[in-house]
Design a protein around this ligand. Structure first.
Ligand code: 5GP
Ligand code: ZN
Length: 134
C-alpha cells in the first residue's frame, strides 16, 4: 500500500524508534504514548485490520507480543501490560494497517483502558448466544 504510513514505517522508509525487527514484523514506540514504553507491533505486509490478517501472521503476533512483553517488564519495570487492538473507526482504529498496542502499566499511572459495564440478564445472554452460535 503506497499511501499507508505504517507500511512505510514497517519497511523502514519512514524512520521510527524501533525496538525489534525481523523479516515479518517491526515493533516501534508509539508517537502518542498512553504510558512510558507504549509500543506497536506492525506486520511488514499490509493488512487493514484483524479480518485481513493471514492466520499465520495472527498467530505469530501473539507470540511476539509475549516476547516483547517480557522485555518491557524486565527493562522498564512495568507492573502490568495491556494488549489493545482496534478494528474499525467505531472501535477506535485510526490507522488502517493492523497493529497491536502494547501498553506497559505502572502503579498509579492514571490511564484508563476499558469500558463501562452495562446490565444484562440470562435471557438476553441466551439470545445473544443463539444469535452467534445458531
Ligand atoms: P489506533 O487508534 O489506530 O488503534 O492506533 C494508532 C496509533 O498509532 C496511535 O496510538 C497513534 O499515536 C500511533 N501513531 C499514529 N501515527 C504514528 C506515526 O507516524 N508513528 C508512530 N510511531 N505512531 C503513530
Ligand atoms: Zn500498510
Amino acid at each position: 500500500m503506497s499511501d499507508c504510513i505504517f507500511c512505510k514505517i514497517a519497511s523502514g522508509e519512514i524512520p521510527s524508534k524501533t525496538l525489534y525487527e525481523d523479516e515479518k514484523f517491526r515493533v516501534i514506540l508509539d508517537l502518542g504514548p498512553a504510558t512510558r514504553g507504549h509500543a506497536l507491533i506492525l506486520p511488514k505486509t499490509h493488512a487493514a485490520d484483524l479480518f485481513e490478517l493471514p492466520d499465520e501472521t495472527a498467530a505469530e503476533v501473539l507470540v511476539l507480543a509475549k516476547k516483547m512483553g517480557i522485555t518491557l517488564k524486565e527493562k522498564l519495570k512495568c507492573d502490568g501490560l495491556n494488549l489493545v487492538q482496534n478494528n474499525g473507526a467505531v472501535a477506535g482504529q485510526t490507522v488502517n494497517h493492523f497493529h497491536l498496542h502494547m501498553i506497559p502499566r505502572y502503579q498509579g499511572d492514571g490511564q484508563k483502558i476499558g469500558w463501562t459495564p452495562k446490565k444484562t440478564d440470562p435471557e438476553e445472554l441466551e439470545a445473544i448466544q443463539k444469535e452467534i452460535t445458531g
